[in-house]
Design a protein around this ligand. Structure first.
Ligand code: GDP
Ligand code: IMO
Ligand code: MG
Length: 427
């Protein structure tokens, strides 16, 4: 039995979906503890691809139970579409999915406000996914949110939605928008509630019971450390706690039950949306990473910004999450590059920094160390010894600079294109 938290160690899209799916072969319960349909987690099995936004990435393993815990924000229409897709694959059997009655819901005006604000912000736009995530979490913190459990009772739902809309009405008008009709919202959301009713439950109790039965549990993070609302490149972040600590609050478990935290990082760096990215490559090198790595957003299709691996940022992620081992993904994308670079420190106003400062991210000038590349196709490698010497040296140097062991190297999108040295669920 193991309880393991998986987190993104960069700006999201590190390949969490692939790694969660891979580890799930030894797992009883997979829990999404934060974020919403802003996430896009891609799984590839035998060449077949599926992208999940809300349902946990363990769902392809028929015996695993999946949980959307109370730290998530759920857009019921998106969830139902995803459930239909899973059902069509014959994977939505009884007891396979539980949704927290305490999870907050995304209302129709949330994506509307998200989009209007982004449109107005001009160069200060965050580049959100426009899925209404920010406004939904704002409502939760402002104590006027509507929760999954409210979908099951017309009077309660109407009262809460009406009061919520009254708060947003002037904001929407000021932004030049119009609230969607109330009656339609209530009817739609009650219909969603009717369909979701069999799945809505107290998921923290569900997880506690699984822990008591000594089952293995994987807590699946969304987004990444640098997008965390407390620890990321604020204000260019998402609105939730994406770090390992967020798993406790989001799933309703105590920190003492967690056995290990695994951080996922690409062998280079990407970011989608606005905000600082010290190692970003703007020219041909960036385009080359984007093309070979197929770096286009799984949720919005936007081209991802690409750059070299940022070791101070990765060290920071190791520290704030308590990462015990790293999974290094997309090493294959670097094949064929003559020379590789690792950012080992930054310069800021003539000073060398080995850690991220609290602000001024935009002014950081990366200090690079150069390493030789390799030309071989590495997608068939299944052990570290199969890798070319320079690839092994690159991995070893990352391990050294991060101050953390690398337990897995991913050399392709498919489940089996993996070199596994350490499985956190085998202990
Ligand atoms: P997530 O949000 O962290 O789950 O990551 P995404 O699914 O948004 O983006 C990762 C992308 O990289 C997906 O298209 C994956 O199929 C793909 N991927 C994951 N691991 C590898 C790898 O080792 N090599 C290659 N070439 N692609 C990978
Ligand atoms: P996964 O789970 C990459 C980014 C957005 C934007 C910022 C705020 O697939 O790794 P939001 O819509 O959350 O208010 O947008 O956060 N962002 C992500 N970037 N991967 C994600 O999820 C992301 N979820 C949000 O691009 O910059
Ligand atoms: Mg993604």
């Amino acid at each position: 039995m193991s309880i393991v938290v998986i987190v993104g160690a960069q700006w999201g899209d590190e390949g969490k979906g692939k790694i969660v799916d891979l580890y799930t072969q030894h797992v009883d319960v997979v829990v999404r503890f934060g974020g919403g349909a802003n996430a896009g987690h891609t799984l590839v099995v035998d060449g077949n691809k599926i992208v999940l936004h809300l349902i946990p990435s363990g769902v392809l393993h028929p015996k695993t139970r999946c949980v959307l815990a109370q730290g998530t924000v759920v857009d019921p229409a998106v969830l139902l579409r995803e459930m239909d897709e899973i059902a069509a694959r014959g994977l939505l059997g009884p007891g396979r999915l539980s949704i927290s009655d305490r999870a907050h819901i995304v209302l129709p005006h949330h994506p509307l406000i998200d989009g209007l604000r982004e449109g107005e912000a001009g160069k200060n736009a965050i580049g959100t996914t426009k899925r209404g995530i920010g406004p939904a979490y704002e409502d939760k913190i402002a104590r006027r949110g509507v929760r999954m459990g409210d979908l099951l009772d017309r009077a309660r739902l109407t009262d809460k939605v009406e009061r919520n809309r009254a708060q947003w009405q002037p904001v929407i008008v000021a932004l030049g928008g119009k609230l969607p009709p109330l009656a339609e919202t209530i009817d739609d959301y009650l219909a969603h509630g009717e369909r979701l009713k069999p799945y809505i439950t107290d998921t923290s109790r569900f997880v506690a019971e699984a822990i008591a039965r000594k089952e293995s549990i994987l807590l699946e993070g969304a987004q990444g450390t640098m997008l965390d609302v407390d620890h990321g490149t604020y204000p260019f972040v998402t609105s939730s706690s994406t770090i390992a600590g967020g798993a406790c609050a989001g799933a309703g478990i105590g920190p003492t039950v967690i056995d290990e935290v695994v951080g996922i990082t690409k062998a280079y760096a990407t970011r989608v949306g606005g905000g600082p990215f010290p190692t970003e490559l703007h020219g041909d090198e960036g385009s080359r990473l984007r093309e070979v790595g197929a770096e286009f957003g799984a949720t919005t299709g936007r081209p991802r910004r690409c750059g070299w691996l940022d070791m101070p940022a990765l060290r920071y992620a190791v520290r704030v999450n308590g990462i015990g081992s790293l999974a290094l993904t997309k090493l294959d994308v670097l094949s064929g590059l003559g020379e590789l670079r690792l950012c080992t420190a930054y310069e800021l106003n003539g000073q060398t920094l080995s850690e991220l400062p609290y602000d001024d991210f935009d002014k950081l000038v990366p200090v690079y160390e150069t390493m030789p590349g390799w030309t071989e196709d590495i997608t068939k490698c299944r052990s570290m010894n199969d890798l070319p010497v320079s690839a092994r040296s690159y991995v070893a140097r990352i391990e050294e600079l991060a101050g953390c062991k690398i337990g897995l190297v991913s050399v392709g999108a498919d489940r089996n294109e993996t070199i596994m040295m350490h499985d956190p669920f085998k202990r």
